[in-house]
Design a protein. Structure first.
Lengths: 284, 460
C-alpha cells in the first residue's frame, strides 16, 4: 500500500460523499445522509493513513520531513483539516446537511492536488529545516479549515435567509426545508470561527516566532504576513459584528464569506500573484 | 459654554467608545493593507519603475505607498484602533468588575424576572434543613454557595469562572503590549547586515538605515560552506564563527557553526545566516609578446574583468599546485574563460611558474597579449543578518496574553446559580455569560438533580 494509492482512494471517497450529500438534500432520505457521512469518515481515515505513510516514505528516502513542505502537500493537508473540522462539528452538533456545502471544498483540494500537481517527495531547503514548520503549518491550516466550514455554513445561511424573505412558499418544500433554521446556522458559523480565530492567531504568532528565530525579524510586512493580518482583521470584525447593532445576520454571514476569500488569497493568491518568502511559490 | 464643551467631550468619548468605529477601523485596515502587498515596498526596482507612468510614481511617492506600513495615515489608523479599544475597555470594565467582585447574592423577585433560566419546586422540609441540604448539593454538583438571610428567606448564590469575563480585556491589553514591544524594539534595537570574508573578522555592522555601528566585540568567519542536493536544490548553508573580545576568542564561542534556522547570540546581538558569495582574488599580469607593458589585473570571485585589448575574462577554477593535474608542471594555475570583442571565446590554463607555456599559447593564437598568473586567494564570504531587539520579549508576552485571552474568551463562561428558599418553595435561577444553549441544558439537569435528591431523601 502506498500513500499515493490511498490519496486517490481519498479523493474518490470525497467525490462519492459529496454526491451522496447532494442526493440527500434532494431526496431527504435519511439513509443517504448517513451514507454520505460514513463515506466522508472513511475518506478521512484513508487520508490520515496516507499522510502518515507519506511521512514515513520521506524517511525511507532519506529526506525525512513532515508532509507539509510544498504546494501539493499543503493542499492535501488543507483538505484533511477541512474534513476533520467538519467531522468535529458533526460529532458535536449533528447537522449533517452542512456536509453538502463543506465536502466540495475538500474534494476540490484533493482533486486539484492529485490531478494537477507534482506529487514527488522533495528534500527540505535550508529555510524550511525547522520544527517551527510543523507548528506553523498545523495551526494555520486548522484555522483555514475552520474558516472553510464557516464559509459553507454562511452560504447556507444566505440561501436560507433569502428563501425565507421571498414570501412563504409551501412550507417545508424544496431544498431549503432540509437546512437548519437561520438561528442555528448563525450560531454554527460563530462556532466554526470560534475554532478558527484562535488557531489563525496561533498560526500568525508561530510564523512570527519562526521568522524571528530564523532572520531576527518577527514581522517584516511580507505580502504573506500582511494578508494573514488582513484575514485576522476581517474575522476580528466578524466577532465584533455579533455585538454591534445592524451587523448581525446577513452582514455577519457576508463577513465570514469575505474572510474565507481573503484566507484563500492569503494561502494561494499571494504565492501565485505576488512575491514573498513562502516556499511553494511557482505552484509546480 | 461649559455645557457645550461638556457635550463636545461627551460625544467625542461616545465616538471613541462606539463599536461602529471598531468595525470601520478593522475593515478599513483590512482593505488599506492590501495596497502594500500589490505595490512593492522599500526602494522600488528599476523594472517596476519602467512599468508605471511618471504621474503614478509621483502620486505613490506623495502618498507614501512605497513604505505604506510606516506612513502617517496607516500609523494613525493603528493609533485610532488603540484609542478605540482602550476607550471601549474603560467604558465597560467597571460594570464587569462589579459583576465579578460584588455579585448579586440576594435572589429577589425583581432580579428573578431578569433571568431566562428559572425553575420552582416545593418541599415540606424545614427551611433550615432544606438550606443545609441545598448547600451540600450545590457544593457537590456546582460550586460552594454564599448564604444570605433576607426578607424571611434563605438566598444561596454560587458561581464558576467569574474571572473569564475579563478575558476580552486581556486580548485588548495584549494588542497594546505588542505595540509597546515593537516600539521598544525600534527605539533601542536595530537590524543590520554584514559580510565577513573567510579568515577575517569585523567589529562594525551597517544598519538598514545605512548607519555604521560598533558591535563592541568582533566576529570572525573561520569558514563558510554550502552544500546541495543531487537535484541542485540547496541543502545547507553553514558559517563557522568565532566571537572575539579584544582579539581573543570568547570561551564557548569558538568555531561555532551557524546555519539557516540556527543563529548565534552574544550580548543580546544575534547573527543569522543569510547569504554568501565568492570573495576570491586572483592576480594576473598582461604583457606584450616580448614581456613589455605589463599591466596588473585583479579578478574578484566569479566576476568578469576587462583586459587591455577589450576582451573580458573570468576565472573558472584555480589551484595552488598544478602538479596533480599536469605531471611535470608545478606551481599555481588558473583555468580562465576569455570572450574577445569580436565574439569569440576560449578557455585556457594560465600558469605562474611556466611563463614559457603562457607565451607559447599567445603566439599560437596570434600576436598576444600574454597572460601571466601570479597568485590566487580562494575564499568565500558569508552574509549575516545582525539583529538586536530588546522589545521582542514584550512582544511575546503580548502574544501569550492574546492567545490566553482568546482561548478563555471563547471557551469559558461565567455561570451563576441562585436559589431562594421561602415558605416551602425552592426557586432556582441561572445565568451564563456565554453559550446560552449549553447552559440551559446543564441548568435543567442541575434542577432535576436537586429535585430528585430532595424528594428521594424525604421518602427514606
Amino acid at each position: 500500500m502506498t500513500s499515493s494509492l490511498l490519496f486517490n482512494i481519498t479523493t474518490f471517497a470525497y467525490l462519492i460523499s459529496m454526491l451522496a450529500f447532494f442526493a440527500f438534500l434532494a431526496s431527504r432520505a435519511k439513509g443517504l445522509g448517513v451514507a454520505a457521512m460514513s463515506v466522508a469518515y472513511g475518506g478521512l481515515l484513508a487520508q490520515t493513513v496516507a499522510i502518515a505513510l507519506r511521512w514515513k516514505e520521506s524517511y525511507d528516502m532519506g529526506v525525512g520531513h513532515a508532509p507539509m513542505s510544498n504546494l501539493y502537500e499543503s493542499v492535501v493537508f488543507f483538505s484533511w483539516t477541512i474534513v476533520l473540522i467538519y467531522a468535529l462539528l458533526d460529532f458535536k452538533y449533528k447537522y449533517r446537511v452542512i456536509g453538502a456545502f463543506v465536502m466540495p471544498f475538500a474534494l476540490l483540494g484533493m482533486a486539484w492536488a492529485q490531478l494537477g500537481m507534482n506529487t514527488g517527495i522533495e528534500p527540505l531547503v535550508p529555510a524550511l529545516q525547522s520544527n517551527w514548520l510543523l507548528y506553523h503549518v498545523i495551526t494555520c491550516f486548522l484555522g483555514y479549515a475552520a474558516f472553510a466550514v464557516a464559509c459553507g455554513i454562511s452560504i447556507m445561511y444566505l440561501l436560507k435567509a433569502g428563501s425565507e424573505s421571498v414570501a412563504d412558499k409551501v412550507a417545508g418544500s424544496g431544498l431549503m426545508a432540509m437546512f437548519p433554521p437561520t438561528r442555528v446556522l448563525d450560531d454554527l458559523n460563530y462556532r466554526a470561527i470560534m475554532i478558527g480565530f484562535p488557531l489563525l492567531t496561533l498560526g500568525i504568532i508561530t510564523g512570527a516566532a519562526w521568522a524571528n528565530y530564523a532572520w531576527g525579524t518577527y514581522w517584516s510586512w511580507d505580502p504573506k504576513e500582511t494578508w494573514s493580518l488582513i484575514v485576522w482583521f476581517v474575522y476580528a470584525a466578524f466577532l465584533h459584528a455579533r455585538i454591534t447593532k445592524g451587523w448581525v445576520g446577513k452582514r455577519a454571514a457576508w463577513l465570514s464569506i469575505i474572510g474565507f476569500a481573503a484566507t484563500i488569497f492569503c494561502y494561494l493568491g499571494v504565492n501565485l500573484f505576488l512575491s514573498g518568502l513562502h516556499s511553494y511559490g511557482g505552484g509546480k | 459654554m461649559t455645557t457645550q464643551k461638556k457635550d463636545f467631550l461627551h460625544s467625542l468619548w461616545d465616538f471613541f467608545c462606539s463599536l461602529k468605529l471598531t468595525m470601520f477601523l478593522l475593515i478599513s485596515l483590512a482593505i488599506i493593507s492590501i495596497i502594500g502587498t500589490v505595490i512593492p515596498q522599500g526602494t522600488p526596482h528599476p523594472e517596476y519603475l519602467a512599468q508605471i507612468s511618471a504621474t503614478k510614481l509621483s502620486l505613490y511617492k506623495a502618498l507614501g505607498f512605497f513604505d505604506m506600513y510606516h506612513s502617517w495615515w496607516f500609523i494613525l489608523l493603528l493609533y485610532l484602533l488603540t484609542v478605540n479599544l482602550t476607550a471601549c475597555s474603560i467604558k465597560r470594565l467597571p460594570h464587569i468588575w462589579k459583576i465579578i467582585t460584588q455579585p448579586v447574592t440576594v435572589f429577589d423577585h425583581t432580579f428573578e424576572r431578569s433571568l431566562t433560566n428559572v425553575a420552582t419546586f416545593s418541599s415540606q422540609e424545614e427551611p433550615v434543613v432544606l438550606k443545609e441540604r441545598l448547600v451540600a448539593l450545590l457544593e457537590g454538583s456546582f460550586a460552594t454557595p454564599v448564604i444570605t438571610e433576607a426578607d424571611g428567606a434563605w438566598h444561596l448564590f454560587a458561581q464558576k469562572m467569574p474571572w473569564c469575563r475579563l478575558s476580552v480585556y486581556v486580548v485588548h491589553l495584549s494588542i497594546i503590549v505588542i505595540f509597546i514591544g515593537t516600539m521598544v524594539g525600534s527605539l533601542f534595537g536595530y537590524k543590520a547586515y554584514v559580510n565577513i570574508m573567510e579568515g577575517e573578522s569585523v567589529a562594525k555592522v551597517v544598519t538598514r538605515s545605512e548607519k555604521e555601528l560598533d558591535l563592541g566585540f568582533s566576529v570572525r568567519c573561520d569558514k563558510f560552506s554550502a552544500s546541495f542536493y543531487a537535484s541542485g536544490a540547496p541543502k545547507e548553508f553553514k558559517s563557522i564563527l568565532t566571537v572575539l573580545e579584544n582579539g581573543k576568542p570568547v570561551p564557548g564561542l569558538e568555531h561555532t557553526a551557524i546555519i539557516v534556522n540556527d543563529p548565534l547570540t552574544y550580548k543580546g546581538i544575534t547573527f543569522y545566516q543569510s547569504s554568501y558569495g565568492d570573495a576570491s582574488r586572483f592576480l594576473f599580469t598582461v604583457t606584450d609578446l616580448d614581456g613589455k607593458n605589463a599591466v596588473p589585473v585583479t579578478v574578484l570571485g566569479t566576476e568578469p574583468v576587462s583586459l587591455p585589448d577589450g576582451s573580458e575574462m573570468h576565472v573558472l577554477e584555480s589551484t595552488p599546485d598544478i602538479a596533480p593535474y599536469s605531471p611535470g608542471l608545478s606551481g599555481p594555475a588558473a583555468n580562465v574563460e576569455i570572450h574577445t570583442p569580436d565574439g569569440k571565446s576560449e578557455r585556457l590554463v594560465v600558469y605562474a611558474n611556466h611563463p614559457e607555456l603562457n607565451i607559447e599559447h599567445a603566439k599560437h593564437h596570434g600576436k598576444g597579449p600574454v597572460l601571466q598568473y601570479k597568485e590566487g586567494d580562494k575564499r568565500m564570504y558569508t552574509g549575516l543578518q545582525v539583529a538586536k531587539d530588546p522589545g521582542v520579549g514584550i512582544v511575546w508576552l503580548g502574544c501569550f496574553l492574546m492567545v490566553f485571552g482568546i482561548f478563555t474568551a471563547f471557551f469559558f463562561s461565567h455561570r451563576r446559580i441562585w436559589v431562594r428558599i421561602q415558605a416551602g418553595t425552592v426557586t432556582v435561577g441561572g445565568n451564563a455569560s456565554k453559550n446560552q444553549g449549553a447552559f440551559q441544558q446543564s441548568f435543567e439537569h442541575l434542577v432535576e438533580r436537586l429535585k430528585a435528591d430532595l424528594t428521594k431523601e424525604k421518602q427514606q
